[in-house]
Write a protein that binds this ligand. Structure first.
Ligand SMILES: C[S@@+](CC[C@H](N)C(=O)[O-])C[C@H]1O[C@@H](n2cnc3c(N)ncnc32)[C@H](O)[C@@H]1O
Length: 443
């Protein structure tokens, strides 16, 4: 479905009409791969308010429901899908539904995004061995499930049938669904007092981390969203005004959600690797059925070393002979429930399971087992990453790739390889430390 676009210099009449207040900044095309950005038009300093956006213009979950209450067609879709959906009146080109400011605002958003959900198969193959490989596949699968669900649930609504699903008139495609996801994901921020939301015009600000961030966003006493200069910062006409999309976000998350990795990023910061219970574990089905923690672990850079977090690994490390037990309980109505216990103490929350193990005399042994599992998984990932280097070089020489996507994929590969190698060495050191302590204790 074609989305009408308008040049960004036509945004200011829309902003005036909708009571967005600009104070010494404007949205301008930057003439580079970042697209548009916020630029200072006069000198400002020290916590000056640069922009104020009325509360009802913030695209928050609450406001979407407010719009739906006065738009029977939108409500009809929400009721059919039975959950929050991302559709707006813009998807019917204004033929159906109540007009709202977003129908016009979406025209100022870039026509294309470089998020990996839009990468070609050749570009996606550059991600083999990175943590983005599995994350991207998972995202594409869930977008596909969502799109199929919306299609199935709305296929019998007359106007949807006519305006969305009739291939001869104008069809809503999976590509459109990916667009909506990419637009929302790359522009949403965590607005204090509101939560995840897209704030029109603030979403035109590009990202810069650390001391390079010039502005912050917040909610004022009247509930309006505001953008203001950081204390101690000064901007002159022509300077770009930036916000941070999250200084703690790792390289994988930046590329996944925003389609770029900042030039100044020198570490992948963190990465998530999945884990599975081995097939020869007799408790595998019970462990999988009961665990509500993410099946994997997160590696994160911490000063000079690499830390890790995730409770799932402990389920791999202990078994019946150690004290883990599963029982199938039956209530009076015949309903069954699986119960897990550690040495007869019921485990109600698996995120707290390591706290129970820490009190055990065999804690060091459990730790060694966990480190072995994690180190093996890191090694497996490194082999996949390093083993795909030749294929990546071949893809580069044979395929027509977007330069930016290639550069970003290669940076992610480099940053994650460094982090994985560092983690592998750190696990060795942890094992050495446990053995040294044992030797000292046995003297
Ligand atoms: C919230 S939007 C910012 C406005 C956007 N530049 C536009 O033209 O509409 C986020 C997108 O801007 C781009 N972007 C923001 N900061 C960037 C940066 N530091 N380097 C490269 N691209 C950036 C990315 O495409 C990202 O997905």
């Amino acid at each position: 479905m074609r989305r009408e676009t308008l040049p960004i210099d036509r945004l200011s009449p829309w902003a005036r009409l909708n009571n967005v207040d600009f104070n010494g900044v404007e949205v301008r095309s930057l003439g580079d791969s970042r697209g548009s950005g916020l630029v200072a038009t006069w000198e400002s300093d020290n916590a000056a308010i640069l922009m104020s956006i009325p509360q009802d213009l913030v695209l928050s979950l609450e406001n979407v429901w407010t719009y739906a209450r006065s738009d029977k067609h939108l409500l009809q879709v929400f009721e059919a899908v039975d959950e929050y959906s991302r559709l707006t009146n813009a998807s019917t080109q204004g033929e159906i539904g109540v007009l709202n400011p977003f129908c016009e605002y979406v025209k100022y958003l870039p026509e294309h995004t470089s998020l990996p959900t839009f990468w070609t198969d050749a570009e996606k193959s550059l991600l083999i061995g990175t943590s983005l490989e599995a994350a991207l596949q998972g995202k594409l699968n869930s977008l596909d499930r969502e799109f199929t669900l919306v299609r199935e649930k709305t296929a019998s609504i007359d106007w949807c049938k006519q305006l969305w699903w009739d291939a001869e008139i104008r069809e809503l495609t999976f590509n459109d669904w990916k667009q909506v996801d990419a637009i929302y994901r790359s522009r949403a921020l965590d607005l204090p007092g509101t939560g995840h939301a897209v704030v029109p015009c603030v979403d035109m600000a590009n990202h810069a981390s650390g001391d390079e961030t010039t502005a912050l966003y917040d909610t004022d006493r009247d509930g309006n969203a505001i953008l203001y200069l950081r204390t101690g910062k000064k901007i002159c006409p022509g300077d770009e005004v930036t916000i941070t999309y999250g200084d703690d976000k790792g390289a994988c998350e930046m590329l996944f959600s925003y389609g770029f990795i900042e030039d100044t990023m020198i570490s992948a910061k963190e990465l998530f690797l999945d884990l599975d219970i081995p097939d020869d574990d007799p408790l595998k089905p019970a462990k999988k059925a009961i665990s509500e923690v993410a099946p994997g672990f997160r590696l994160c850079s911490q000063n000079e070393s690499i830390g890790w977090e995730g409770s799932f690994v402990w389920l791999i490390c202990v078994n019946e002979e150690d004290g883990l037990e599963f029982k199938l309980l039956q209530d009076r109505d015949g309903e069954t429930e699986l119960q897990a216990s550690w040495k007869e103490l019921e485990i109600l929350d698996f995120t707290k399971f390591p706290d129970l193990l820490r009190k055990e005399p065999l804690w060091d042994v459990f730790q060694l087992r966990a480190i072995t599992v994690l180190q093996n998984r890191v090694e497996q990932q490194l082999l996949r990453l390093e083993g795909s280097k030749e294929a990546v070089e071949e893809t580069y020489s044979l395929e027509d790739l977007e330069d930016m996507n290639y550069d970003n994929a290669m940076r992610l590969r480099d940053l994650e390889e460094t982090l994985l190698l560092h983690a592998f060495e750190d696990f060795d050191k942890k094992v050495d430390m446990i053995f040294t302590i044992w030797q000292i204790q046995s003297r």
